[in-house]
Design a protein around this ligand. Structure first.
Ligand SMILES: C[S@@+](CC[C@H](N)C(=O)[O-])C[C@H]1O[C@@H](n2cnc3c(N)ncnc32)[C@H](O)[C@@H]1O
Length: 210
């Protein structure tokens, strides 16, 4: 599996003209991000492979020019890597905690993303808007995640929840609730580069889009 040096090389190749900006974001996460508690100190030596590139893989599942919410964005994952890879998207980073929002606001300004990336301090349940793609990573167990994210999904939109190895188990355990919510579910594994492990994503869409 690729290490951090290889992760940095892959990131430069993938982010192309945004390579400098994603490097600045990595520095922000491992510096102020650790200081402000948005990233654990032990994560510094795997920020590319485990966090940034793992998050960036979800970008390929989002349709062109979509409006995107990143629910429970924390330090901006996956919303910031996705926004840097896909300048056609408008991304809202939704996060209830003040300190994390302060980090996100600083990052959006420092990375010159103002205008197409916004920060909203709120819990998902309070937002009351809809988006074409509702992203999340490490947000909550699937049943709670669906309760929070479904009201944010536009009629033809999708929920894209980055999950770990237990994704299929979670889907099976919640099959009845998913069906009752009128949703179709699949587990997809987008890969950003062959030497990196794929990202596991639970994708949910309405069974009958209008
Ligand atoms: C484990 S962190 C994950 C952060 C980031 N997505 C990542 O992958 O590093 C979960 C985040 O969800 C936020 N959160 C918890 N409940 C939430 C809710 N009801 N609505 C929106 N965000 C919530 C927390 O404040 C926290 O920042």
């Amino acid at each position: 599996m690729a290490g951090e040096t290889e992760g940095l090389r892959i990131a430069r190749e993938i982010f192309q003209e945004s390579a400098g900006t994603i490097s600045r974001y990595s520095d922000l996460l491992t510096d102020r991000g650790i200081e402000w508690g948005v990233l654990g100190p032990r994560e510094a030596n795997r920020v590319w492979t485990r966090h940034i590139l793992n998050s960036a893989a979800v970008a390929q599942l989002i349709p062109p020019r979509a409006t995107v919410a990143d629910v429970g964005s924390g330090g901006g994952l996956p919303g910031i890597p996705v926004a840097l890879l896909r300048p056609d998207l408008r991304v809202e980073l939704i996060e209830p905690l003040l300190r994390r929002c302060a980090f996100l606001t600083h990052a959006v300004e420092a990375l010159e993303l103002t205008g197409r990336v916004t920060v909203r301090r709120a819990r998902a349940e309070e937002v009351g808007e809809s988006y074409d793609a509702v992203l999340s990573r490490a947000l909550a167990p699937l049943d709670r995640l669906i309760r929070w994210c479904l009201p944010l999904m536009s009629p033809e939109g999708q929920i894209l929840a980055i999950k770990g190895a237990s994704a299929e188990d979670e889907v099976s355990r919640n099959a009845r609730m998913i069906l009752a919510s009128g949703l179709l579910v699949e587990v997809v594994r987008p890969q950003i580069e062959p030497t990196l492990p794929p990202t596991t994503v639970v994708r949910l869409r309405r069974a009958e889009a209008p």
